[in-house]
Design a protein around this ligand. Structure first.
Ligand code: ADP
Ligand code: MN
Length: 295
């Protein structure tokens, strides 16, 4: 077990040795949301755009040594912090050699109805002072490779952006990429954002403080390998019988997924989540401007 490279959020998100699995301290509401979405065939398109949910690790069952405060792996047994329940997810940074990551938090309203008065006021104040309130989306954080070095943009970075300067976050994220590398990354991310937009339009759910996680391969060599991999995948589509997903060679160019459902629930007969849609549309609009060469 080792820490995963995070763009934002609470620390303590872990991955297994292979990098395929991610372990995040979580809560009953997030477990319920994953379970509800994966069990509802009307939400199949949405489920495709979330990390795969594999289950939970419950303290007392999987943990041998309750005095351990850190996650370790000993003799093949996972030992983790004893007072957190972890959810086990697909690690969205797996398949990348040098993943650049952006966490874009969605919504003008960031609290759910069950939040305390104090929390409602605090989150409303943050929204009012940031692009959450004006654009329905705010950069919670980024971790971007530039010249082979990871550069961390913390939460203050995203809070300091305004309606007018929000688009510069996209330039800080991927504006330094050039040529084919840039074109592929931009088009893959854009494709996923559009898919997320339409899945949300067709789903009856409510998400508060969920994010879109955008990830791309920052290493130029690894990008070329991933591109080649994608091309061979296409060629021997049917002949490829057993795909060895444990090999950690760079395989992905870029993708975007929705994450963080501690305050999300399904909402039958309530229609689409317009609070979240507004933020997604802001993001796709900034991508449109980038693609058109306007920024
Ligand atoms: P919170 O904001 O409540 O701490 P999140 O679900 O937003 O929890 O996770 C925090 C950070 O962990 C995210 O910003 C992201 O960088 C990373 N992360 C979360 N889930 C995944 C995942 N499935 N794959 C890769 N990274 C993830
Ligand atoms: Mn988060």
């Amino acid at each position: 077990m080792r820490p995963v490279d995070q763009a934002a959020g609470h620390e303590g998100v872990l991955q297994d040795a292979s990098g395929q699995l991610l372990f995040k301290p979580s809560c009953a509401q997030e477990v319920k949301f994953y379970t509800d979405v994966q069990g509802d065939e009307n939400l199949a398109a949405l489920a495709e755009l979330m990390p795969r949910f594999l289950g939970t690790l419950t303290p007392g069952k999987m943990i041998e040594n309750l005095n351990d405060s850190e996650a370790t792996i000993v003799d093949g047994t996972i030992k983790i912090d004893n007072d957190a329940t972890y959810i086990v997810l697909e690690n969205l940074t797996n398949g990348f050699y040098k993943p650049s990551i952006m966490d874009a938090k969605l919504g003008k309203v960031l609290h759910d109805d069950s939040a305390s008065e104090e929390k409602k006021q605090r989150l409303s104040a943050v929204a009012a002072a940031t692009t959450s309130g004006s654009l329905g989306v705010r950069i919670a954080g980024m971790r971007v490779y530039k010249d082979n070095q990871p550069i961390v943009y913390d939460k203050q970075y995203g809070r300091s952006l305004t309606e007018e300067t929000f688009h510069t976050s996209l330039l800080d994220f991927l504006g330094h990429l050039t040529g084919e590398h840039r074109d592929y990354v931009v088009s893959r991310l854009y494709m996923d954002l559009k898919a997320i937009e339409s899945a949300i339009e067709e789903s009856e759910i409510r998400m508060k403080s969920a994010s879109i996680l955008l990830v791309y391969e920052a290493d130029p060599e690894a990008f070329l390998q991933a591109k080649q991999y994608a091309e061979t995948q296409q060629e021997d589509n049917q002949s490829e019988s057993s795909e060895d997903s444990s090999v950690s060679a760079p395989k992905l160019i870029a993708h975007a997924r929705i994450i963080d459902f501690a305050h999300s629930s399904i909402a039958p007969d309530q229609g689409p989540d317009t609070n979240v849609l507004e933020g997604i549309r802001t993001l796709t609009a900034v991508f449109d401007r980038l693609i058109d060469g306007e920024i």
